[in-house]
Design a protein around this ligand. Structure first.
Ligand SMILES: Cc1ncc(COP(=O)(O)O)c(C=O)c1O
Length: 442
């Protein structure tokens, strides 16, 4: 039986109404929900952050602080050492844990004296306060910065010998024949032996040697000088987990380049370099070397011991966040008020209607850190109001039970700059603040 086709009789009005309904439906579906659903809960934080709050109040802390959870730090270190086992030495990345007592703690617990240092003022402090450290520089410094280090060291030694022997314990990272020439001249001027570790470009393309001819020129320069000593290689490869494709293939490509330079050096020098410092890796990549044979003999890592949020990576799934910013709430406004008279008022209402998480406003002590609000849950930044290092505004739905003088906890996105912004680090040991650890200066 054949059906008779009925003409589609849709009026312009019906079309508009239908389109409008579809739009409204889509908008409603997209409209954000309150992140914190329950009301009337007197607990601002979960049990963990509640304990942190109690510790802070108990200690009389009243300004923004950086907390380090000792048990979590220990757990991260244990995890790292389980991965590296006795296959690799562990070198601590000092810039990511920038405090002498923190570094001393990790060095003792990990039973390593190996540090990677990136900043000349940090180098001076490390050699003075951790004179047993074995230091590899993590980047090539201008030769003038190296020279100033030797002046500072001489001055410190005149006052009171530090015990740090740079000729045995310090390696400068050198990336090119030109810089090597500068360091050679410095060594001759100082009449001191300088240990030279050559930076390799294993695919990151952040500098370092990328031509065999440059590498051989550098080896020859070092061998010919009584003031220079070849102390090893460093090839950093954080790109392997980031660029598209299989990270294991990228790892193998990077290691192939690394191996090429090891072989080149051994063939050219006619001796093994396996006893030298052959460094690679960082927090995001160190677990790529859990199994297999690789040309390096040590791995460096720092950030994974505190796991700031930039390190929420599959390769660090077994590490836990161990550092938090805590800051007191100064003011609570039940309704967020965007300045600007009538327009601002309208905008505030519209924003709170659209996103219930923009309803209340909390002004905290300090702010604008490289960090994300962590607790209580449901705190967000306002996209219109703007940010402040003095009194940052956070928003939350009407369900967020945060009051004046409560604590807000943030999770740093990285550790190296954030840890330096709060004065002494507060060490939290079994829910008690037991130590205050000064951070590196400069
Ligand atoms: C040369 C080098 N090695 C290792 C690291 C790894 O440091 P982290 O483990 O703190 O990410 C870095 C970080 O910048 C680096 O530049």
């Amino acid at each position: 039986m054949a059906f008779k086709k009925r003409p589609l009789n849709v009026s312009r009005r019906q079309l508009l109404l239908g389109g409008g309904a579809l739009l409204a439906g889509t908008a409603l579906a997209l409209k954000p929900q309150a992140i914190t659903r329950t009301t009337g809960d007197s607990h601002v934080h979960d049990a963990y952050f509640q304990r942190l709050s109690t510790a802070l109040h108990g200690d009389g802390v009243a300004t923004p602080v950086l907390l380090i959870d000792k048990q979590r730090l220990d757990a991260n270190l244990e995890t790292l050492l389980q991965h590296t086992q006795d296959r690799f030495d562990y070198r601590i990345v000092a810039k990511s844990l920038p405090s002498i007592p923190l570094l001393a703690y990790v060095m003792a617990k990990a039973e390593t004296n190996k540090l990677m240092v990136f900043h000349q003022p940090f180098l001076i402090q490390v050699t003075q306060h951790l004179p047993h450290a074995d230091v590899l520089m993590g980047k090539p410094l201008p030769v003038a910065a190296a020279q100033q280090f030797y002046f500072a060291q001489a001055a410190a030694n005149t006052a009171k010998p530090t015990g740090f022997d740079d000729e045995a314990q310090l390696q400068w990272l050198i990336d090119s024949p030109k810089r090597l020439m500068q360091y050679k001249q410095l060594a001759e001027t100082l009449q001191r032996r300088l240990n030279i570790n050559i930076e390799l470009d294993v695919g990151l393309h952040r500098g370092g040697v990328s031509e065999s001819s440059d590498f051989l020129t550098m080896l020859d320069m070092i061998e010919a000088s009584p003031y220079l000593r070849f102390s090893g290689l460093m090839g950093y490869e954080p790109h392997i987990g980031k660029v598209p494709g299989d990270p294991i293939n990228h790892r193998d490509e990077a290691m192939h380049i690394y191996q090429k330079y090891v072989t080149l050096a051994e063939t050219h020098l006619k001796r093994s370099i396996q006893n030298l410092t052959l460094n690679a890796a960082g927090s995001p990549t160190y677990q790529f070397y859990n199994q297999g044979a690789f040309p390096m003999n040590e791995l460096s890592a720092g950030s994974c011991l505190l796991k700031p949020s930039d390190f929420d990576l599959p390769t660090l799934h077994d590490h836990i966040a161990a550092a938090f910013i805590a800051t007191p709430v100064l003011k609570v406004l039940p309704q967020t008020q965007i300045p600007g008279g009538f327009v601002g008022k309208g905008l505030s209402g519209l924003m709170a209607w659209w996103n219930p998480n923009w309803e209340q406003a909390f002004f905290v002590y300090g702010g604008y850190w490289k960090a994300k609000p962590e607790s209580p849950k449901g705190l967000v930044l306002n996209p219109v109001y703007g940010r402040s290092s003095n009194q940052e505004m956070l928003n939350g739905s009407a369900n967020v039970p945060l009051k004046q003088d409560d604590w807000v906890f943030w999770r740093p996105t990285q550790s190296e700059s954030v840890l330096l912004q709060f004065g002494d680090l507060l060490l939290l040991d079994h829910n008690e603040i037991t130590q205050r650890w000064p951070v590196l200066r400069g």
